[in-house]
Design a protein around this ligand. Structure first.
Ligand code: FA5
Ligand code: MG
Length: 374
């Protein structure tokens, strides 16, 4: 009985959606946004004061606002490819533009893949110091720290010409101070050199969490060409993009990114005070593993498999990963074997229901991806 009550309470609360279906029909040519993603547009977890993301957002604001940063946390996640990519020097053949990685509404409109999509318009409008937080969307891998919708907070600060020699050091020092503001002095962190087309040099910050390095943010000195495109080529500045779920996982000890989307009261009542508290897992149900093996027939991208599994199993899927990959010596054909871990955050799963889901996945993979099951 108890299980049934929990399950029903999970199912009956439909997410609020502000997706403009009339303007962007999901069945239009070139649209690869599934309904389960569109339905969550407008949920705005980062603006809910008793949600871990809302609590975290407030903590981060507390750090930046005294430095004169204004927050934009209600900009629409529907943006042009110009703002999401071109304005940021992302080359026209860059993988991140591919429909295997990005949700397109039509050829030149996407669900933003990062909050950097708003740099151009806000810089053009003359702002000097600002933060942008919001939901971002990516077709990505499936595991406990990756989810197709997550939240970022962007920060941008421009400097007058006479202040420009210290930008890189100020950027790194500020973000280290932010990490200490959130986590205290004992947190273990490290800087990694990386590449973004829109910053030079570029860095990522990683934090040690449950024995693994977790990448929590990307940042760098804004590329001069990005500023030139906004008509501000004579200025310089820094930018950063924080991964809010990743920071919240460390801050609240939340072990799985799917929990941010649960409707289970056992999760939400723990954050009712709006304060930073250590999350107490209310349960850990056993996972159920299913393998699927197939011969690839044509172009295949693992994100297409991930999307099908998400579409069929929703948040019951915990992880999808490649177990085996080989080329047949005679036919030259490639075979992939993926393992799918199913696990509910809220209840025990029955073997039967997982078998049913797996069967639907197997059929969809054949129908939609044209592979041959082994
Ligand atoms: C970016 O999105 C850059 N726009 C960040 C940036 C801004 C760089 C400004 C320079 C200047 P990246 O793809 O690495 O970078 O994502 C930033 C952060 O988002 C990551 O460090 C990680 O914390 C988080 N993140 C990325 N993918 C996911 C995902 N699928 N699920 C949850 N969090 C994610
Ligand atoms: Mg990264």
């Amino acid at each position: 009985m108890i299980l049934r009550r929990v399950w029903r309470s999970n199912c009956t609360r439909r997410p609020f959606s502000s997706f403009p279906y009339d303007r962007y029909p999901l069945d239009a040519p070139g649209c690869n946004v599934p309904r389960n993603i569109a339905e969550r547009v407008g949920t705005n977890l980062h603006r809910q004061p008793q949600h871990p993301l809302g609590i975290l957002q407030r903590q981060i604001l507390e750090f930046w606002q005294p430095h004169g940063f204004d927050l934009y946390d209600q900009l629409s996640p529907i943006v042009s490819t110009t703002n999401n990519f071109d304005a940021l020097r992302i080359p026209s053949d860059h993988v991140s533009r591919s429909p295997s990685d990005t949700y397109y509404l039509n050829a030149d409109t996407v669900l933003r893949t990062h909050t950097s999509a708003h740099q151009h318009e806000l810089l053009r409008a003359g702002h000097h110091r600002f933060l942008v937080s919001g939901d971002v969307y990516r077709r990505d891998e499936i595991d406990r720290s990756h989810y197709p919708i997550f939240h970022q907070m962007e920060g941008v600060k421009l400097f007058a010409p006479h202040e420009q020699n210290s930008i890189e050091s100020e950027l790194k020092e500020s973000l280290e101070q932010l990490a200490e503001h959130l986590f205290g002095p004992d947190i273990t962190k490290r800087w990694i050199d990386t590449y973004f087309p829109f910053t030079e040099p570029s860095f990522e910050l990683e934090i040690l969490f449950e024995g693994e390095w977790l990448e929590v943010l990307g940042c760098g000195v804004i590329h001069p060409e990005v500023l030139e495109k906004t008509g501000r080529g004579d200025e310089m500045g820094y930018a950063f993009g924080l991964g809010l779920e990743r920071l919240a996982m460390v801050l609240f000890q939340i072990p799985d990114i799917r929990l941010f989307w649960t409707h289970d009261e056992r999760f939400h009542r723990q954050f009712a005070s709006g304060e930073i508290v250590q999350f107490e897992p209310y349960s850990k149900f056993p996972p159920c593993y299913k393998d699927i093996s197939f011969w690839l027939e044509s172009a295949f991208h693992v994100n297409d498999l991930n999307e099908i599994v998400r579409d069929v199993a929703g948040d019951l899927v915990e992880r999808v990963w490649l177990m085996d990959d080989f080329v047949h010596p005679k036919t030259g054909k490639t075979s992939h074997c993926y393992r799918i871990a199913y696990r509910s955050m809220d209840r025990s799963l029955t073997n039967e229901e997982i078998d049913d889901l797996q069967e639907i996945v197997r059929n969809r993979v054949v129908d939609d991806l044209g592979v041959i099951l082994r």
